[in-house]
Design a protein around this ligand. Structure first.
Ligand code: SER
Length: 891
């Protein structure tokens, strides 16, 4: 079979052609959604259909007949396997979707047209094979109607041809399209065909799912309200096919990235299988890392931040294996942005930040690798020749230092050791078990969650709390208790209440949820609301406890928030905007909000920055914010289109997703306000309400982010009063005025230092004749003198000073045996001698060992200097007597 019997297309051409083809069929083009899914139970976006979940479920409807997209996806089910010629972590998925709009017949006809029509892919029909679900006769006929011969259509079982995003929820039979690479790629077995497990001859490149059932817990599968289409074509796979290549990594985009590694390492691609593997891993992971950070994910030790960290570290490690020195990933980021920045502007816009975060993380991991290596060498040193390194140690290196097991094995092998891989694998499996608990459960997320179910029945709760604190006539729609919908709740019961409209702000964007009361009309019930939370489909839960009467669905109530608390929250929320603007002015445009907490008593603001903020910078930031407060600027909110908002310079949160219409909050009316942000939160009416802004701490959070905590208005007053009270108390204790306290503290320090020095001199005997006295009392031996004295109140260091002074003042060969009862009641002994005394036979180490027993301790050292410590101060005099007698007997 010829390899040149169809045309060639680049990745960019295929992407563009696919999308315009489906647009011409009436599908609405959706931009790729973020890698961070809206669904809180889904770790990372892993399929084109993720962003359309609510359309499948019928929660939302689409005006157009369907949708199409090129979706960024990340699948990390088994990161460690990525590196072979086919697996990718990050990939692009081309897809067309229908939610009752167009039919299975249309989907099949369009797919066939797109892949065979010479104006599009123009693949030779004789090289195309289709598989269908075993009982899907309809699909067989539909393919046949397109001209596909029956012997190019085969039936496969549920493992291959039934696609479900999760154990329950929408699912359906699917049909996969395969490309025949030719007999030379085959295993030659008679059973060989599409889906063959033994060879790569038939490449699957497009999956057409006919999502028509809604699988229930009991396994039954009623039909969905409408028949749906969900197709997914891996762009890298089809690009390789359209470039007459057989693996994902041979397509133009990934080859350009592999080229970066070739240039940096000097290894040619295709020369050496293990270098090829590393080149593929670095290319894949560097691209994944660029896109993940571009979507607002930061490295961390949990969740998606951990996936990012693992990919990044694995890339660094494989760079090291390739012999690339130092931090190098920015070279790849530049290439990813060059290749894909036009299609995905977020990586272009955030390039500096992506590079900064990657570089900092890379540097840190390089030093971690060095530390891990040292740790491993220490472990190996302690092993007997030929012994195995324990699996637990290897796992600890992997888990604590991020030290890759391959590297551990390699280093072990150089000194003739092996790793106990069974034990290592057991530890890894246990860790995987732990990870599974919070992993990417399924593509539909928590479809069975009570809140998802409620969002099927009710629209998003209407929020009317920007200007209203109390709403008369809010209707109770549903009640939830212990994750179940309940018919009613009475006094003492905890309950979450769903209303049709509410002035309560649900915790979001860092702003805490409101508290307050729900009072039944006519006093039928009263619920104290302790928190407000947002759930699936925009449903707001008022979490509280019934303190009076009984509540049930349909009841009407007055919903009233705690106004004073909300006022404080408003001020702190406005303060975070002013702080963000001031940080950008003082530290630079790389500052991006990484998290926040807006509570009544304080605010916390996390932002990307790679070093501590200096005291001078903090003072400047605080000053800028306070200037805005004193300028009493009105806070202006406007609703506008997202593009208009961005054009007006409004700050969007890094990694945040916005709808087409957004709320913009600005300080003042001017075209260039001090702060302008996209924000759904509640704010002060004027900056003046903040009264005063005071930063109370600056610290590090993780590797690339800093945290500022601050207070405003009542919080600032409370903070300052508390500080002033403390100062007054200090001044009272110092017996001075507050303004004199620093000088008074300095003076007390000086006094204390002088007193300590004097005491020390008195104890050692320095400057008071004590040394001369000691020398005069020395035992006179044949060739040297030996001072044997006790000086209580010193420590081991003090004894050494006494010896130094004795040696300095001695006129002939000299040795000493000194003892002290330390201020803590312990014993320190010192024996020391100059060279001549040692030559004459004084052996400090030997002597001290004998003496240590008298004071209940142990000691040792060299002939010229030895020390001992002990706990028995009663034995000091006896020890010194023993020293005297030992010295006089020896000589
Ligand atoms: N959801 C299907 C898949 O991921 C088709 O898009 O393969």
């Amino acid at each position: 079979m010829s390899t040149a019997d169809y045309k060639t297309m680049t990745t960019a051409q295929i992407r563009e052609d696919f999308l315009s083809f489906f647009e011409s069929k009436g599908c609405k083009l959706y931009p790729s959604s973020s890698l961070v899914p809206d669904d809180p139970s889904l770790l990372l976006t892993n399929a084109g259909m993720n962003q359309f979940k609510e359309y499948y479920q019928g929660i939302k409807t689409m005006a157009e007949i369907g949708a199409c997209s090129c979706q960024k996806c990340l699948r990390t089910n088994d990161i460690d396997n990525i590196g072979d010629a086919t697996h990718l972590s990050f990939f692009e998925m081309l897809g067309n979707f229908s939610f009752g709009g167009y039919s299975k017949a249309d989907a099949i006809a369009w797919a066939y047209d797109f892949i065979t029509n010479p104006d599009h892919l123009g693949l030779p029909p004789e090289r195309l094979y289709m598989t269908v679900f075993e009982d899907d006769d309809e699909a067989i006929e539909l393919w046949h109607e397109q001209g596909v011969p029956y012997d190019h259509i085969s039936r496969l079982g549920a493992d291959d041809n039934f696609w479900a995003a999760g154990p329950t929820g929408p699912c359906g039979p699917c049909s996969e399209i395969y490309f025949d690479q030719g007999e030379e790629f085959g295993c030659g077995k008679p059973t060989c065909g599409p889906g063959c497990d033994d060879c790569n001859r038939f490449l699957e490149f497009w999956n057409l799912v006919f999502t028509q059932y809604d699988r229930q817990e009991d396994g039954s599968m009623p039909e969905l309200p409408h028949r749906n289409i969900d197709t997914g074509m891996g762009l890298e796979r089809i690009a390789a096919i359209m470039q007459h290549k057989s693996t994902n990594y041979d397509g133009d985009l990934l080859q350009s990235l592999i080229g970066v590694g070739v240039r940096l390492s000097g290894h040619a691609y295709g020369d050496n299988p293990s270098a090829d593997r590393s080149l593929r891993i670095v290319a894949d992971h560097a691209r994944a890392v660029t896109f993940m950070i571009g979507d607002g994910i930061l490295p961390s030790n949990e969740g998606r931040g951990y996936v990012l960290r693992r990919l990044l570290r694995r890339a660094v490690y494989h760079g090291r294996l390739l012999g690339i020195e130092g931090a190098f990933l920015s070279e790849y980021i530049g290439e990813v942005v060059r290749l894909m920045g036009d299609t995905y502007p977020e990586i272009q816009e955030n390039r500096a930040l992506i590079e900064g975060i990657v570089h900092a993380e890379e540097e840190r991991f390089i030093s971690t690798l060095d530390a891990g290596e040292k740790n491993l060498l220490d472990e190996l040193h302690a092993l007997e020749a030929g012994a195995q390194l324990s699996g637990e140690v290897a796992f600890r290196l992997h888990d604590t230092y991020g030290f890759p097991i391959d590297l551990t094995r390699e280093i072990c092998a150089t000194s003739g050791h092996e790793v106990d891989m069974d034990a290592f694998n057991r530890e890894m499996e246990a860790q995987r078990e732990r990870a599974r608990a919070n992993a990417n459960r399924d593509a539909w997320g928590a479809a069975n969650d009570v809140w998802v179910a409620l969002s099927d029945s009710y629209p998003a709760t209407e929020f009317c709390g920007y200007d209203t604190n109390e709403l008369d006539g809010a209707k109770v729609l549903a009640l939830v208790s212990d994750s179940q919908v309940v018919d009613g709740a009475s006094v003492g019961e905890e309950v979450s209440v769903v209303l049709d409209r509410t002035p309560f702000y649900a915790e979001m964007g860092g702003q805490v949820g409101d508290t307050g009361v729900l009072e039944g009309i006519g006093g039928a019930f009263k619920i104290e609301v302790r928190d407000t939370k947002l759930h699936a489909g925009g449903i707001v839960a008022h979490e509280g406890v019934v303190v009076q009467g009984t509540v049930g669905p349909g009841a009407l109530c007055v919903a009233a928030i705690d106004v004073h608390r909300r006022e404080l929250i408003r001020r702190n929320h406005t303060a975070t905007h002013l702080l963000d603007a001031a940080l950008k002015r003082v530290l630079g445009e790389h500052i991006s909000q990484a998290g926040s907490l807006v509570a009544p008593d304080r605010l916390r603001f996390d932002f990307t920055h790679f070093e501590a903020v200096t005291a001078a910078e903090l003072a400047e930031i605080e000053k800028l914010v306070n200037e805005e407060i004193f300028a009493a600027e009105p806070i202006v909110t406007q609703i506008m289109g997202i593009e208009e908002a961005k054009a007006s310079g409004a700050v969007a949160l890094f990694g945040e997703k916005y709808g087409d219409v957004v709320r913009v909050v600005s300080t003042g009316e001017s075209d260039m306000p001090f702060s302008r942000e996209l924000c759904g939160g509640t704010h002060a009416h004027s900056t003046a309400e903040l009264g005063l802004f005071k930063i109370i701490s600056e610290s590090s959070v993780g590797s690339n982010a800093r945290r500022i905590e601050a207070v405003t208005s009542e919080g600032a007053l409370a903070y300052i009063s508390e500080r002033l009270t403390l100062l007054d108390e200090v001044a009272t204790r110092l017996k001075c005025r507050p303004e004199d306290a620093p000088a008074r503290v300095d003076a007390l320090h000086d006094q204390a230092r002088t007193a300590e020095k004097k005491l020390h001199e008195a104890l050692t005997g320095a400057n008071s004749g004590g040394i001369e006295e000691a020398l005069a009392s020395a035992i006179k031996l044949a060739d040297y003198d030996c001072v044997v004295v006790r000086r209580d109140g010193l420590d081991a260091k003090g004894l050494r000073e006494v010896w130094d002074a004795i040696r300095d003042k001695a006129t002939g060969p000299i040795a000493c045996v000194l003892a002290t009862k330390t201020p803590e009641g312990k014993v320190a002994l010192l024996a020391a001698a100059d060279n001549k005394a040692v030559d004459a036979g004084f052996a400090a180490g030997k002597l001290i060992k004998e003496l240590a027993g008298y004071v209940g301790g142990r000691g040792g050292g060299r002939p010229n200097m030895a020390q001992a410590g002990g706990a028995n101060a009663q034995g000091i005099d006896e020890a010194l007597a023993a020293a005297r007698s030992a010295l006089t007997q020896d000589c």
